[in-house]
Design a binder for this molecule. Sequence first.
Ligand code: ATP
Ligand code: LTN
Length: 327
Amino acid sequence: MKRILTGLKPSGELTLGSFIGGIKQSVEYQNIYDSFIFVPDLHAITVPQDANLLHERIKKNVALYLACGIDPNKNTIYLQSENVYHTNLSWILECHTYMGEASRMTQYKDKASKKENISVGLFTYPILMAADILLYDADLVPVGIDQKQHVELARNLAERFNHKYGETFVVPESLIPKVGAKIMDLQNPTKKMSKSDGDTKGTILLLDKEEIIRKKIMSAVTDSENKVYYDLENKPGISNLLTIYSSLSNLSIKETEEKFKDSNYGNLKKEVADLVTTTLLEIQKKYQEIINSGIVDRVLENGHKIVLKIAKKKYDSVLKKVGLGRN
Ligand code: ATP
Ligand code: LTN
């Protein structure tokens, strides 16, 4: 059975984008693949974090994974920072990464151009991500389109390492969802809906209250044509609403367009708001049952035990090949 591995970093509250572009896919994959899902908390500190909030969010995210349908019996669920082999392997991979290829990462260039005093960690994090993946021989890595380049880097590093030292790593492939690959900000639909950019007016959080969700959707930015059809370039706001509807209803974009072809923008927004609130209220109900039940700690303990063994074995073989340690 192929192994699939993914993670959502706890850099902010999980959003509708995280659900549609990430978690929802994983819920489907868990039935067909050997599934690993983790909290890449070390990735969160590439940008400044409040320690208390981060602690809280890590547990919250695991509870949300479970509430969204990630089944602990079908997934190995774990916390990255509890397993030192991620950072250990990352160092070895860093020493096999060229400055040129690391500098080409567009997400880094984009983020770096907008901020001052960025950390070295923000620059090297795709290499840590490669370690996250290669440590477990993952065949498939479901990610949003923005992360494809990072999975490419992991592929290149795996191939380079295998070529130099002999077969060591599985060369992973990214798995990009066709619909809902990118959910955009409701206020600025040419920008990804993000959990970490501070402004939450255009971002639906998975734990937002119903009135807030409705308000955010009803005030989504659209255009002045008042005709519903999918056109990413000229109608990014409407296309985004259609994408959200399509992803949550499991209708295709074509079918969704057809459904709303005679609707005005107000009606479309109302229907999208209904579907989003129904979906999220159900998740929130389960979340409330889980968050203080002790399940999260039990799941993480169990996952930790499993991944530590796998990671140690892989890391030891890497040390040996590279010539590190006493043999
Ligand atoms: P941020 O929201 O802080 O920009 P991120 O997307 O970089 O975070 P994660 O939350 O770790 O980081 O992303 C987990 C997965 O969910 C990634 O594969 C990412 O592409 C996907 N994802 C996150 N936001 C969206 C979105 N708005 N639309 C589609 N997929 C998304
Ligand atoms: N870098 C990713 C999160 C992430 C990840 C991973 C995803 C860290 N390690 C390994 C898949 C596999 C992000 O920022 N979205």
